[in-house]
Design a binder for this molecule. Structure first.
Ligand code: UD1
Length: 417
């Protein structure tokens, strides 16, 4: 099992470039099977989930070539075969093959997706959506067989604006007769990225990025090209690192509109930064103030930055409150944060209190999930002494070239087996 070792308290300067968004890329790959024959996806991050998705696509007989950060996908000789459990459980995003293969072939067989253990994470909204389009869903021991002789577009209302369900139903709706309307759709930037790819394939999609998305089904698609947006969660993580340790640190690949909720919160905490075009310059800030943070769907404060900002708040003066409204199991990082010297208390299932500022000390910790691991990584960077993070593979699932990027800006960090 690999570990990350960090010698803390080094100031960070120079430039770090944000990679393509994990949550866009993991949807764009399955979406690529809908293109006529060939598609190209640029700016693909180098993370494990992409490797697993490529394995699934090769199993479906897609030909994939990788050049630098671009993937060239040829789906002209595709075959629809069941997706084995050992591949689909490697990541949550394998569920996007449900929508994509249902649209293309009217049948898909796949197991329940995996992903970080941060709560129950059901997929009932996806399933209800497929059924409303006319699909039959059979579930036997975690294995889903979804079939449809014909999918027919209709208006679907989501009880909750789920990111995954919005993308999955968009994909399925491309194979439906007529128009599908998703009401109360999620508005996250990843959805706009996927919709742009579908539009580039010649599919009519309107309203992505708003609460109402319209998709006009068609099987007549063209070849298509798309570039993955910069990762807003990776951006946020490096911005938080910059606020704690930056020395004129430059972060390139910022889309301000994607991280507005974080930027407003940072100002409230007392953090200064300058944004010029797509680059932010940020330096270590003193006298941080305690704040309240409540996670919400986009454009609210992202749940994926909740654990990273918790580490930042251990350095703020006073009592901060973090309220997690999306997942019921997303404070597991606080056990080790406290072992490093933080004072955090879980007040209720979804409310955390953080008392600061506290000096953190390096020790051996365990990453329990991707963003929880990121929270410990930030803690290790600011802590006195050495921090060793075990089970660090979960962190690498979301941060492309993590150690190289941090080493290049002056961090003392390495991965060992
Ligand atoms: C995506 C992201 C994840 C992020 C999350 C919220 C990917 C691969 N992952 O996850 O990093 O934390 O958005 O921004 O893009 N829910 C249901 N039933 C469903 C679907 C969701 O009850 O059918 C619940 C979930 O349990 C959770 C909430 O809705 O409590 C949000 O889920 P959703 O927006 O679907 O997140 P994911 O797509 O799983």
């Amino acid at each position: 099992m690999s570990k990350i070792t960090i010698e803390g308290q080094n100031l960070l300067s120079g430039e770090v470039k944000i990679s393509g968004a994990k949550n866009s890329a993991v949807a764009l790959l399955p979406a690529a099977v809908l293109a006529n024959k060939k598609s190209v996806i640029y700016n693909v991050p180098e993370i494990k989930d992409i490797g697993y998705l490529i394995e699934i696509m090769e199993l479906l007989n897609c030909k994939i070539e990788q050049k630098d950060d671009a993937l060239y996908i040829d789906s002209s000789k595709m075959k629809n075969v069941p997706i084995p459990e050992e591949l689909s459980v490697q990541m949550r995003a394998s569920y996007y093959f449900m929508g994509a293969l249902l649209a293309k072939y009217g049948k898909v067989e796949i197991s329940f997706p995996g992903g970080c253990n941060i709560g129950a994470r059901p997929i009932d909204i996806h399933i209800k959506g497929f059924e409303e389009l006319g699909a039959k869903v059979e579930i036997v021991k975690n294995r889903y067989t979804i079939t449809a002789e014909k999918l027919v577009g209709k208006t679907i209302y989501f009880d909750f604006p789920s990111v995954g369900a919005t993308i999955n139903i968009m994909l399925a709706a491309t194979g439906a007769e007529g128009t599908t309307i998703i009401e109360n759709a999620a508005m996250e930037p990843e959805i706009v990225n996927v919709a742009s790819f579908l539009i580039n394939m010649g599919i009519e999609v309107r309203g992505a990025g708003t609460k109402r998305i319209e998709i006009v089904g068609t099987r007549k698609t063209t070849d298509a090209v798309i570039e993955v947006f910069p990762d807003r969660i990776e951006s946020g993580t490096y911005i938080i690192i910059g606020a704690l340790l930056g020395d004129n640190l430059k972060i390139k690949g910022i889309i301000k509109e994607h991280i507005e909720a974080l930027l407003i919160k940072l100002k409230e905490i007392g953090i200064d930064f300058v944004i010029d075009g797509d680059t932010m310059t940020i330096s270590r800030c003193e006298n941080l103030r305690a704040v309240k943070v409540k996670t919400l769907v986009f454009p609210g404060f992202p749940t994926d930055l909740q654990q990273p900002i918790t580490t930042l708040l251990t350095q703020a003066k006073g009592k901060s409150i973090v309220e997690e409204t999306l997942y019921e199991n997303r404070f597991r990082n606080t056990y080790d944060l406290n072992r490093m010297g933080a004072i955090t208390n879980i007040l209720t299932l979804n409310k955390l209190e953080i008392k600061g500022p506290r000096k953190l000390k390096g020790t051996n910790v365990i990453a329990t999930d991707l963003r929880g691991g990121a929270s410990l990584l930030i803690a290790g960077l600011i802590a006195e002494g050495t921090t060793v993070i075990e089970n660090c593979d979960v962190i690498l699932r979301g941060y492309s070239h993590l150690t190289t990027k941090l080493q290049n800006i002056g961090a003392k960090i390495e991965i060992t087996e």
